[in-house]
Structures are given as structure tokens and as C-alpha cells.
Design a protein around this ligand. Structure first.
Ligand code: GDP
Ligand code: MG
Length: 149
């Protein structure tokens, strides 16, 4: 089953949005497979965002991510990468639809509360980076009430 790396950024933690954000993924029917509160250093944040290293906002982005603890998660489910991006909303909160996490909770791109993998391949890379110890294998007893088979 598909997995996505979802991270509540330091502003989401500071603003007390952790419970609400987790509820949105749980209520959808996705399964939580990994979860930890961590502070990462500059080198780690630069590795996570390596694809964006040439962008003008890169230093500010890294500074933002290391400014406080983040909640790192692995969520699993059918099409969780693409659907997770829809739950999160557009990168710029000015364009995020109401009802999405960024649409409901954020105003600026540099304080947009949450990260979600943009493809199955990047999800695998990010999960390996953030959870080198691996995630938890378990199946919800509600599985047949969420999936046809
Ligand atoms: P995401 O996948 O929707 O998170 O967007 P990207 O992967 O393109 O960018 C990663 C993060 O960098 C975004 O979530 C924003 O926090 C930040 N970011 C992206 N573009 C900009 C920008 O133009 N300006 C600023 N200040 N931050 C940006
Ligand atoms: Mg991205």
C-alpha cells in the first residue's frame, strides 16, 4: 500500500494544530505508520529540501524548518500521496482552497504549516531520510469499513 511522508512544520506545532491535522488524515481513513516529534539541524533540513537548493527562498526555508520541533509522520493508504496533497492544499496559502489545511490555517508560503510528499518516489526518499529505523507494520481493524477489498 502507498505511503506518504507528512510533516507538521514548526509553526503548526507552535500554533497547536497537531491534533487537528492528524484528525484530518485519520478521518479520511488513512493509517498512521510512523510518528515522532523531532528538531532537525541545518544539514538535515538542507538534505530534505535538496531539490530546492538553487531557489532564492532556500535559506529562509531551511531556517524556518529548523526554527522549532516538527512532527514527522508516515501515512498509508490508497493514493495517499496525491490525496494528501489535496488535503494539504496549494503551496501558496493565498491559492489554497478553504477546507484544506493551508487554506484553513495559513496566510504566507514561508509559514504554510505542513509538508507532504509530491510523488511516490519522493515519498520513499523522504521516509528513508526521516525514518531510517523503519516504520510500524500494522493493519487497522477498520480496514474493511474503509476499503471495498
Ligand atoms: P510544497 O511541496 O507545496 O511544500 O512546495 P515546494 O516543494 O515547492 O516548496 C517547499 C516549501 O518551500 C513550501 O512549502 C514553502 O514553505 C516554501 N516555498 C516554496 N516556494 C516559495 C516561495 O516562492 N517563497 C517562499 N518564501 N517560500 C516558498
Ligand atoms: Mg514539495
Amino acid at each position: 500500500m502507498e505511503q506518504s511522508f507528512i510533516m507538521i512544520k514548526p509553526d503548526g506545532v507552535q500554533r497547536g494544530l497537531v491534533g487537528d491535522i492528524i484528525s484530518r488524515f485519520e478521518n479520511k481513513g488513512f493509517s498512521l505508520k510512523g510518528l515522532k516529534l523531532v528538531s532537525v539541524d541545518r544539514a538535515f533540513a538542507e538534505k530534505h529540501y535538496a531539490d530546492l537548493s538553487a531557489r532564492p527562498f532556500f535559506n529562509a526555508l531551511v531556517q524556518y524548518i529548523i526554527s522549532g520541533p516538527v512532527v514527522a509522520m508516515v501515512w498509508e493508504g490508497k493514493s495517499v500521496v496525491a490525496t494528501g496533497r489535496k488535503i494539504i492544499g496549494a503551496t501558496n496559502p493565498s491559492d489554497s482552497a478553504p477546507g484544506t489545511i493551508r487554506g484553513d490555517f495559513a496566510i504566507e508560503m514561508g509559514r504554510n504549516v505542513i509538508h507532504g510528499s509530491d510523488a511516490v518516489e519522493s515519498a520513499a526518499r523522504e521516509i528513508a531520510l526521516w525514518f531510517p529505523e523503519g516504520v510500524v507494520g500494522w493493519t487497522s481493524s477498520l480496514h474493511p469499513w474503509v476499503y471495498e477489498k
